[in-house]
Design a protein around this ligand. Sequence first.
Ligand SMILES: [Ca+2]
Length: 271
Amino acid sequence: MAPPTITGLRGTGQLSTVTLDWTPVPWATVVDHYAVYVASGSTWTLAGKTVYPRFVHRKLGFTAVTRSYRVVAVDAAGNSSAPSRTVAVANKTSVTVSGRPIARVGYYDGKGEFALTPNRSADYLATFPNDVDYTYGVSVRDRDWCYLQPGPSDKWAGSKNHRVRFRFNLAARPTTDLDLALWLIDSHASLAGSALLSVNGTQLERIAFANGATKGSTLNDSTLPGSPLKPSYIERPLPRRLFKVGQNFVDLYKDTGSWIAFDAFGIYARS
Ligand SMILES: [Ca+2]
């Protein structure tokens, strides 16, 4: 007898990923795994298999594309259920694609290209005794911006909170909100923690980081085939009322957990 048809399939699009979940089959039903199928045209291909009623489809790029998904339950004998209903889900378009850069450090390329890259975290305290204070247009990327932002869980960085400050000039007050694009090549595997985001001293929100693979403290290229790094992509609106003509600054204050490893950090206008 074939397993029951999956119900309750839902999807949510994020940057580069789509997350799907569905109603688990009743506990008495013997299901070996769920198979997730995707189509961006008319051909269905296997996106992946999972034993949990949840699946994250990754590496979908940074321009929104709508894809169709459906899920099949498979039992230990290899019998498949009928496909679930189809849901259409789009990944999100990054502000690095849709926006206009105002100020940034690093390239949005899945690699780390900063001071102490790729593995010199032991030199952090000597190199950045007052943490990173970077002025766009004046500071030098591979000297003044560290590849890692440590947190209080990092003994090598003094087991204390650490701030990154990014300064940039605006010739005029923005007429729309701006956007922060904070991309990471990796983070600590179990203690990625969080940081407080503020603009010109006004606290905006706490950003929780996805746990990574920990390898980003010694490797700096997440684009190599088979790379163990787990990149993540954080983009947030920055309200225009917080900005002024002249110098502005955005702070990331890491007061929980361990380090994050930067891919790039930038401020974008909506164009
Ligand atoms: Ca980069």
